[in-house]
Design a protein around this ligand. Structure first.
Ligand code: NAD
Ligand code: TYD
Length: 349
């Protein structure tokens, strides 16, 4: 793997992954970051990397639905590997605007697969990054395994499920060298503050209401983003072609517990005796339609076959994340300055 095309490299996980490859691995090739810079993509999440690795890192603002533009990049950079992150990724948005999800997640992935197929002789690997949400919702018991039946419930998870099926089919039908991963909820630096953890950190800091959907009993498994990046790279370098791997954080928690933990830590970091504890800001709001109750991952396959397991505990990871957001208010202000605010106004008033 010498010339890796990373799609969606200006988003949360993609940016962390590019940083991880340069800083934490012995990868010595070039990364071509292809990102359309939607509201969730921020080129300056990698501005230091862009300056430091001028000969090994290049950015192109390209939509993965634009097949000719992708094709041009493929040829001019002799791409031999693809790591595919680009997606519309927020469930709440998919409920109000599913069209963008079908377009990017399904059609965009299809475009990429077609180009990969055309260049099949040069292609070493296409790694597709997916989610455990494709498996639907669990009750109190059980875990998702790689063979759990797909049963997506939101337009987001349905569009990711469709893309997973296409990737798998291109392996079975055309012999495309692929690997896939389905992981649990990520958290850490550079996550756009519409997802639960960064939204609660910033609202709690600013003493704004903390909107918890339903009764807050929904359970998610939390995976620190650098553990996820490590898992992806492990799969890309050591995973069996044609296989899919589940990646989990071993940190199942109810939403209310997550929000309370954030409140308690911020009260410690920014103490103020004259104010109520931040948990008083928790506001139970109308539940998300089709809200999956519990996600939990059995990641024994990647652990036993590839020797990967998560390193970060939730208590250390969440504290690092809170401190990162506090120290990067400029980044936060920049990412919140644009289209997101307009969108919130339009859809939530
Ligand atoms: P994100 O929303 O933070 O970033 C997505 C990136 O894709 C952005 O930089 C955006 O500009 C880019 N993008 C969107 N549409 C594009 C298009 N048409 N062409 C090119 N670029 C486009 O998402 P994320 O949280 O970093 O997620 C990355 C991947 O990981 C996604 O495929 C997502 O489904 C998957 N995933 C995420 C999580 C999570 O907890 N965040 C969990 C499991 C799986
Ligand atoms: P989210 O971060 O949107 O990830 P996902 O829906 O992909 O799991 O939400 C995580 C959980 O937190 C989910 O159960 C919905 C809930 N949630 C809230 O209660 N309030 C919020 O403001 C948000 C954004 C999410």
């Amino acid at each position: 793997m010498q010339n890796i095309m990373v799609t969606g490299g200006c988003g949360f996980i993609g940016a962390n992954f590019i940083r991880f490859l340069f800083e934490e691995t012995d990868f010595s090739g070039r990364i071509v970051n292809v990102d359309a810079l939607t509201y969730a993509g921020n080129r300056d999440s990698l501005s230091d990397i862009e300056k430091q690795y001028t000969d090994r890192y290049v950015f192109h603002k390209v939509d993965i639905c634009d097949a000719p533009a992708l094709e041009e990049l493929f040829t001019s950079y002799s791409i031999d590997t693809i790591c595919h992150f680009a997606a519309e990724s927020h469930v709440d948005r998919s409920i109000v605007r599913p069209d963008a999800f079908v377009q990017t997640n399904v059609i965009g992935t299809f475009n990429l697969l077609e180009i990969a197929r055309k260049h099949g002789d040069k292609l070493k690997l296409l790694h597709h990054v997916s989610t455990d949400e494709v498996f639907g919702s669990l009750g109190k018991e059980g875990f998702f395994t790689e063979t759990t039946r797909y049963q997506p419930n939101s337009p987001y998870s349905a569009s990711k499920a469709a893309s997973d099926h296409l990737v798998r089919a291109y392996h079975e039908t055309y012999g495309l060298p692929i690997t896939m991963s389905n992981c649990s909820n990520n958290y850490g630096p550079y996550q756009f503050p519409e997802k639960l953890i960064p939204l609660m950190i910033l609202n709690a800091r600013d003493r704004k209401p903390l909107p918890v959907y339903g009764d807050g009993s929904n359970v998610r498994d939390w995976l620190y983003v650098s553990d996820h990046c490590d898992a992806i790279w492990t799969i890309m370098t050591e995973g069996k072609r044609g296989e899919t791997y589940n990646v989990g954080g071993d940190n199942e928690m109810a939403n209310l517990e997550v929000v309370n933990t954030i409140c308690r830590l911020i009260d410690e970091i920014l103490p103020d005796k004259n104010q109520d504890p931040r948990s008083e800001l928790i506001t139970f709001v109308k539940d998300r339609p089709g809200h999956d109750w519990r996600y939990a991952i059995d990641f024994s396959k990647i652990r036993t076959e590839l020797g990967w397991q998560p390193k970060e505990s939730f208590s250390s990871g969440i504290e690092k994340t809170i401190r990162w957001y506090f120290e990067h208010s400029e980044w936060v202000d920049r990412v919140l300055s644009g289209e997101y605010q307009d969108w919130i106004e339009e859809h939530y008033g």
